[in-house]
Design a protein around this ligand. Structure first.
Ligand SMILES: [Zn+2]
Length: 643
């Protein structure tokens, strides 16, 4: 079978229309008009070339050729995850090599489809059961739809529709398997129920294709989505994603409620509701469903859950979860804990922030996305871009992830590339009559307003290493267009200048709008307040600068990192002795010296003097992935008598 190669035409079309091939919401074909440069651009290019383009598509599609998965593993997720980023990066790069790979993969996937629609690697008796089969089909549907979004290839859309028809036939209302979809898979139904997201994508695409039956044919998928939402929100022992959220039950405390613990007080994997990645993936689908149906309580539940995660789980690196589960980790982040900050959780959290930013326009989600991106995300990405760590501690060493399911890959290295897209997609957007800049980095950005007016800006910034950004207009002759600039909540005083003139009314934590009739060469300059701030928790202290968590690193060779700080540092205190210094090597993006009250020997006149030590950004810390390169972010503060 040979697929039509429609891509070159589509790329030309993208360039001409400002990234919109067709009015499909949440399309992966949105990246043709951003070009990231500088440090971040280099890291992105390396990751795309060595990881995404370098993926052996025959290897990850091989499992689908045989129905031999009797161990209940998840080999069937890897291709869909690959496509989740491969298609947008294909639009971003136009790489012919990547195009050949994704074409070949889709041909192999469609060739593996059974007459009944099934694409997967489970034998019939184990399909749609306790394990990861439905989860795998979710990712296969996503992969086929990402391909469709860019190529408009009808065979890919048809294959996805047939997978969904198969799932409906087996697990839909009165399905052949005689069980509800939420009762399959693991984690209280989260894993399987997260298929809602691509079901909604499928609905949105079928309804626009008259040759597929248009709205009348699409209704079947919306009805199935309604059935899924019912399963996710109503059964007492199910995912309970609505009522527990609206009641304000913290994500780490959502066990029980219809499920009983075993004799040791533990919940089995089957019914445990603390699994971070799978839970957020369900909310992602519920938000897609909300966009179509307007059921506001679903948005409210997602927002409340997101706010709870920020308050209870997210640490200073923007990471979360222990052993991939919620555990009130924000309040325990100074401690070493089991399997910290899984990259799948990081990527999924960033996607959730991206979605909530788009739906609510609230910049707090951009603040969170930014924090996760610059710290835990870039920290998990290997310096050469070839792979992602599975777990990335706040203090310790960095290292390779798993080999999952008897394959030379794993969930995190497959999910990793998708995280960068959240940053890239939200860097610059047009929304209604305005242009929005959420992040500041060296980049050329272009976009079009709904009426076709074209905009372009060239940004130069070393942010967040530097505290400023310069944005030059490449736009002219389009009249007044508001440019909305995100002002980070942590920047107490942000200065915005237009052509050298300081503008009034800039406030932390929101958008500041520059409504201007843009001409070529108009310059917007921004400067942010980025003092180093101390954070204390249970006799420990850590330091941030802007969105960046700071770390000591063994490469500075500046003494014992476990040496305690003396008492007296207050939470939220500004630390004036930190100063940016030249980085000792290309491996380290940002370096700082600081003169601090460290050490136990302060009864001695010499010992009471402060000590000068060095810090780097958390993402650079430990990034050689060698055992002799270790780092620390939380430092002990000494105890005294009576404490
Ligand atoms: Zn993972």
């Amino acid at each position: 079978m040979k697929m039509e190669k429609l891509l070159p035409a589509c790329i030309v079309l993208l360039a001409a229309t400002g990234g919109i091939c067709e009015a499909v919401p949440n399309s992966s074909a949105e990246l043709g008009n951003v070009r990231l440069k500088g440090y971040l651009g280099e890291r992105l290019d390396a990751m795309i070339e060595r990881h995404v383009v370098g993926t052996d598509v025959d290897y990850i599609t091989a499992p689908f050729q045989y129905k031999t998965e009797r161990d209940g593993w998840w080999q069937s997720e890897f291709w869909g995850k690959y496509m989740h980023s491969a298609m947008p990066y294909l639009v971003y790069t136009g790489s012919e090599k990547l195009m050949a790979s994704v074409d070949r993969g889709v041909v192999r996937m469609i060739a593996a489809q059974e007459p009944n629609g099934y694409i997967g690697n489970y034998p019939d008796d184990l399909r749609c059961g306790e394990d990861w089969d439905v989860w795998g089909m979710k990712y296969t549907m996503m992969g086929l739809l990402h391909y469709y979004d860019v190529t408009k290839n009808a065979k890919s859309l048809d294959a996805c529709r047939r997978v969904c028809d198969y799932v409906i036939g087996e697990l839909g209302p009165n399905g052949k398997r005689g069980r509800e979809l939420w009762q399959t898979g693991n984690w209280a139904g989260f894993a399987s129920s997260s298929i809602l997201e691509p079901v909604m994508w499928l609905y949105q695409r079928i309804r626009l294709r008259q040759d597929f039956g248009g709205q009348a044919a699409a209704q079947k998928y919306l009805d199935f989505a309604t059935y899924l939402v019912k399963g996710m929100t109503e059964p007492e022992a199910g995912p309970r994603l609505l009522d527990l959220a609206l009641k304000g039950v913290s994500v780490a405390d959502r066990n029980g409620y219809g499920n009983k613990p075993d004799k040791n007080g533990e919940y089995e994997m089957k019914q445990d509701r603390r699994k971070s990645y799978e839970m957020i993936s369900c909310y992602q689908g519920l938000l897609e469903y909300y966009e179509v149906t307007g059921r506001k309580e679903l948005l409210e539940a997602a927002v409340k859950t997101g706010e709870d995660i920020i308050k209870e789980e997210i640490n200073l690196a923007g990471g979360c979860a222990s052993s991939e589960m919620w555990f009130h980790g924000a309040h325990k982040q100074q401690l070493p804990y089991l399997r910290p900050q899984e990259t799948c959780v990081t990527t999924t959290w960033m996607r959730f922030c991206e979605k909530l930013l788009n739906l609510t326009g609230d910049t707090k989600w951009a603040d969170q996305l930014e924090r996760s991106f610059y710290n835990i995300y870039l920290g998990a990405m290997k310096a050469d871009g070839t792979e992602f760590a599975a777990y990335t501690p706040l203090s310790g060493c960095r290292y390779h992830g798993h080999h999952h399911c008897y394959m030379h890959t794993d969930c995190c290295t497959a999910n990793g590339p998708r995280g960068f897209l959240c940053f890239l997609k939200e860097l610059f957007r047009t929304n209604g009559e305005a242009a929005i800049l959420n992040f500041y980095a060296s980049a050329l950005v272009k976009g079009a307003l709904p009426d076709g007016r074209k905009l372009a800006f060239d940004m130069y910034s070393l942010y967040p290493r530097s505290d400023w950004a310069r944005i030059v207009s490449h736009t002219e002759g389009v009249g007044v267009v508001p440019l909305k600039l995100r002002i980070p909540a942590w920047s107490e005083k942000t200065v915005v200048k237009l052509n050298g003139k300081t503008l009034d009314g800039v406030k932390a934590g929101g958008y500041f709008t520059v409504a201007h009739e843009w001409r070529l060469g108009d310059v917007v300059e921004m400067s942010f307040s980025m003092p180093v701030v101390a954070h204390t928790l249970e006799h420990n202290v850590a330091f941030t600068r802007g969105p960046v968590l700071l770390a000591r690193d063994s490469r500075f060779a500046d003494g014992d990192m476990t040496e305690p700080f003396r008492r007296g540092i207050k939470d939220g205190e500004t630390m004036p002795t930190f100063a940016a210094v030249r980085s000792p090597s290309d491996d380290i993006w940002m370096a700082f010296s600081a003169t601090l009250p460290i050490g136990s020997h302060h009864a001695n006149p010499e010992g009471r003097l402060p000590t000068t030590v060095f810090f780097c950004d958390y993402a650079s810390a430990g990034n050689t992935w060698q055992r002799d390169n270790y780092y620390r972010t939380w430092f002990p503060i000494e105890y005294g008598p009576g404490e």
